[in-house]
Write a protein that binds this ligand. Structure first.
Ligand code: CA
Length: 547
């Protein structure tokens, strides 16, 4: 007989719908690749934007349209419940779950401009919690111009940003982040016009407003910090050793030191002592190039210890993707923009490798049988977060390793639809075992992922293949941009078929690697979950759901 219900039925489980068509009555929408998927709701899209941003766009959608789409989703959320948008933004930003803070600053600027009165007030109140550095403040000032004028509210919020800081912290911000993106403290202070509460504040504001380094007079730790930084600039003849003492005594940062002094290892040695962890990770290559970080050196040992300190990583909100990016650059021995080379120190590379895992929120293993399936199709070759040296497929492998490191019963697969070139022997189905392991170094894993040939996308393959081979799987974790199109059956249907034929109540977790609005997960099915790739809490969310 012809099984007509294969082509049309109202009970979803009976049907096989090609991905080029929507499942009838399911509410699916066209994705950007010519397939059909579900549209995620605007709040989920807000989360995707807060974590993934839109820098660099996706494989299918340019940066501009992707930004506009996401901004529309933010505006929808603001219209529904503005204070909830502000609360979510603060939560994601403060917890360090996102690799970059810029999307949070942008959403906060939208809320301060487009929200109703309580939303605007909440957004302005939250400014110091989301804009934690001078650079953050400048970014927010730039963004907010797109949505409102200064007005009394913005003036008061910006004035508060300056006046509520303890004196040394204020001096630190003024010296460390003097200007960015066309904004300086001088501009911000002139527009906000804060009334200084103390003589110390008055002197600091005056210093920020002045274009020269005239000696600052007055008592207190904050002004001493300014004088110390100025001394390094005013005395061009200062011996590097003497400069190192000044840096040590006053805990100066790299930004406060004139460039000519940064060629000396002794200066870097002093900087290292008080260096914030994020700066330390960013300056590893430079410290190696000047010879401070060298095989067996005390500095190397100290650096390795600090980089792999779980508590310090969390306190400094170091995001795993920042660590991954630093690891790739450092281990390559070559600057991204081709500026300079260095000999990477193995102990430091190992420490970065450990730090990647430690930077995630602690995960309790779910102890379920997990299939970690990586979409390695063409579109996953797009770069992520505007980082030229990291693609979606490489980053998703790194994300999958974190789950693999905590779940003893896991196996990896990589899938693309369509045939591989013949030299990729033995792989006809589009799904191939992937021999990677958390015991390997991350940069090796990334290298092996980069070598897999590209193809089309069929996100149903993991479930179909597991069914065909009768592999018992409790949780399928699929890392993808959700731009699936090449399959003869939708992933959600393949999962239901798997559950039925295997008698296992298998779940599906979709880890989204792009900030588009699509998901292969059926929102009506409680056994399917969407999480955002690069969310530092993603492995924890996956384990909780699996359990
Ligand atoms: Ca694809």
């Amino acid at each position: 007989m012809l099984d007509f219900t294969k082509h049309f039925a109202t009970r979803i489980r009976a049907m096989l719908t090609p991905q080029s068509e929507p499942i009838p009555d399911s509410g699916q929408v066209p994705n950007s690749a010519g397939g059909f998927a579900w549209a995620i709701d605007q709040w989920d899209r807000l989360d995707r934007f807060l974590v993934l941003g839109s820098e660099g766009g996706t494989y299918y959608v340019g940066e501009r349209p992707l930004t506009i789409q996401n901004a529309h989703a933010v505006a929808d959320c603001l219209a529904q419940d503005g204070p909830r948008v502000v609360a979510r933004t603060v939560e994601i930003s403060e917890s360090g779950r996102a690799p970059k803070n810029d999307p949070a600053l942008f959403v906060l600027a939208m809320a301060a401009g487009l929200g109703d009165a309580p939303t605007r007030a909440a957004a302005l109140d939250a400014l110091p919690r989301v804009a934690r550095t001078g650079t953050h403040l400048f970014h927010w000032l730039q963004y907010v111009r797109g949505f409102r004028g200064w007005g009394r509210g913005v003036r008061r919020a910006v004035a508060g940003w300056y006046t509520q800081k303890p004196p040394r912290e204020l001096a630190y911000q003024l010296l460390k982040y003097p200007s960015r993106d066309g904004w300086s403290h001088r501009d911000a202070l002139r527009l906000a016009h804060p009334r200084p509460a103390t003589d110390e504040q008055r002197a600091l504001f005056a210093r920020a407003a002045s274009r020269t380094r005239e000696p600052v007079q007055g008592e207190g730790e904050a002004l001493a910090l300014v004088r110390a930084a100025d001394a390094l600039h005013l005395d061009a003849e200062m011996e590097p050793r003497r400069a190192a003492d000044v840096i040590r005594e006053n805990r100066l940062t790299r930004e406060m030191v004139p460039t000519h002094l940064l060629a000396h290892p002794v200066v870097w040695e002093a900087l290292l002592e008080g260096m914030p962890l994020t700066a330390l990770i960013r300056n590893l290559a430079t410290m190696t190039r000047v010879g401070l970080v060298a095989p067996g050196s005390t500095a190397s040992r100290r650096v390795a210890e600090r980089v792999a300190d779980a508590d310090a990583l969390r306190r400094a909100r170091v995001h795993p993707v920042q660590v991954l990016s630093a690891l790739r650059t450092y281990a390559s021995g070559q600057g991204v923009r081709g500026s300079g080379t260095w000999q990477p120190v193995a102990a430091v590379v190992d420490a970065l490798d450990a730090a990647f895992y430690l930077a995630f929120a602690a995960v309790q293993p779910a102890r379920r049988r997990m299939m970690l399936a990586l979409d390695v199709s063409g579109s996953m070759g797009a770069s992520v977060l505007g980082m030229q040296h990291l693609t979606c497929r490489e980053a998703s492998a790194a994300m999958a390793l974190v789950t693999a490191a905590t779940e003893p019963e896991h196996f990896f697969t990589a899938f693309t639809a369509g045939s591989y070139p013949s030299q990729w022997a033995g792989m006809t189905s589009g799904l191939s075992p992937l021999s990677i392991s958390p015991r390997q170094r991350l940069d090796d894993v990334v290298r092996s992922i980069s070598g897999i040939p590209f193809g089309g996308t069929d996100c149903a393959l993991p479930m179909l293949e597991a069914q065909k081979n009768r592999w018992p799987v409790d949780v399928f974790v699929v890392y993808t941009d959700n731009e699936t199109w090449a399959g003869s059956i939708h992933p959600a249907q393949a999962l239901r078929q798997y559950r039925e034929r295997m008698g296992i109540a298998a779940k599906l977790v979709v880890v989204a690697m792009a900030s588009n609005g699509f998901s292969i997960a059926d929102p009506e099915d409680a056994g399917m979950l969407d999480v955002v790739g690069f969310d530092a809490a993603a492995p924890q969310l996956i384990a909780d759901f699996a359990r």
